[in-house]
Write a protein that binds this ligand. Sequence first.
Ligand code: ARG
Length: 391
Amino acid sequence: MDKVVLAFSGGLDTTVCVRLLEENYNLEVVTVCVDVGQPKEEVKKAEEAAKQLNVKKHYTIDGKDEFANDYISKGIKANAVYEGYPLSTAIARPLIAMKTIEIAEKEEASAIAHGCTGKGNDQFRFEAVIRSMSDFDIIAPIRELNLTRTEEIDYAKKHKIPLSPDKMYSIDENIWGRSIEGSILEDPANEPPEEIYQWTASPRNANENPEKVVVEFEEGIPVAINGKLMPLLDLITVANEIAGKNGVGRIDTIENRMIGLKSREIYEVPGAILLIKAHQALEELVLTKDELLFAEFMSTKYADLVYSALWHEPLREDMDQAIDYMQRRVCGKVVMKLFKGSIIPLSRKSNYSLHDIEQISFEDKENDQKEVEGMIKYHGLQANIYQKLNR
Ligand code: ARG
C-alpha cells in the first residue's frame, strides 16, 4: 500500500482526512504535527487523535525555535502586516510544509496531503512550498470531495471519529497569533462574542493601570523585554502575556483572500502588535525619511508575498537582504505604554538616532535661522511659476 504523509493538527479537517485517505484513496497514513507554539494541549490532542485513529505513525516536530528565529524574526524586521493582520498563520505555513516534506522523504511516501478547504489561502501556501521544494504528489481530500463543515462532522460521526467538542469555529494558533473563523463570525454583521477571545482581555477587564514595557532591539530583532535578555521565542511569549492582559492585539477585519473572496477575519496578536509597533517606533528614530518610505513600500510587498503563498519567491529573499542591511542601525530601546487596548510609544533611545536634539531645539542659537531663507525661496519653484502663470 502506498504511503501518504498528512500535515495534521488534530482539528476537524485533518482528522476527517485520515479516514478519507484510507478509505477513498486507499493509502496508509502517516501524520505530522508541527509544533509552532500552539497550546501544548493541542499538540497532545493531535497525538491522541492520531492514536485513536490508528494511524501507522505519528510525528510531533518541535519547530518553535526555528519558527521564531527564521520566520517571525524576518516578519518583525519587515513589519510584515497584511491589511492590518500581522501575518501569523501565513508565515507559519512554509515551515510546516517544509517539515512535512522532510518526513515524507524519510518515510518514502508517495504523496503529501493537507486538510485545507478550497476556499482559503492555506491550500496555496502548502502547495506552493511542496511544489517548489519537492516532487511529491499532493492530495487535498476536503477540497477534492468538496466537503462542507457540516458534512465533515456527519462523516466523523458516521465513522466514529473522535471529535473534541469545540468545533464551532475554525481556529489556527501559533506563537505569533491566533486566528478565529467560521460559524456566526462569517457574517460581518454579527458582533463577535466575547468567548472567542483567549489571549486578550477585553479592555473592560484589562489591567486597571497603564503598563510600561521596555523592548530592546539589536539589528531589528527584539532581544530583551523589561531589561531581561532572552531568546526570541521566550520574548514573544512574554510579549503575548503582557500585551494580552492589557487588551492589546484584537483585530476584526474584512480581508481580501487570494481567490478574491472577502472574508471576515478575527485575530488575537498581542505580542506581534507590541513588538511590531515598538520596532516601527525605533525605525522612525534611526532611519532617514527616504529609508522609511522605501521600508514601508517593501513592507507592503513583503506582507503581500507572504500572505499570497510566495515565501519561496526570490524577491522575498532579495528583500530580506536589503532589509537586513537597513536593520543594522535598528538598535536601541523603546518604552511602550499599554492601557486597555491602546498602545503608544513613550520613549525611544538609540546610539544610531538621527534625531539631533541641539539642532531641533528652539533654544539653538548656533545655527542661524536666517540661513534657511534661501532654501525657502526656491522650495516649490515649479509650482510657484505655474501658479503665477495661472494668475
Ligand atoms: N485568513 C488568515 C490567513 O489566510 C488565517 C487563516 C487561518 N486558517 C484557519 N484554518 N483558521 O492567513
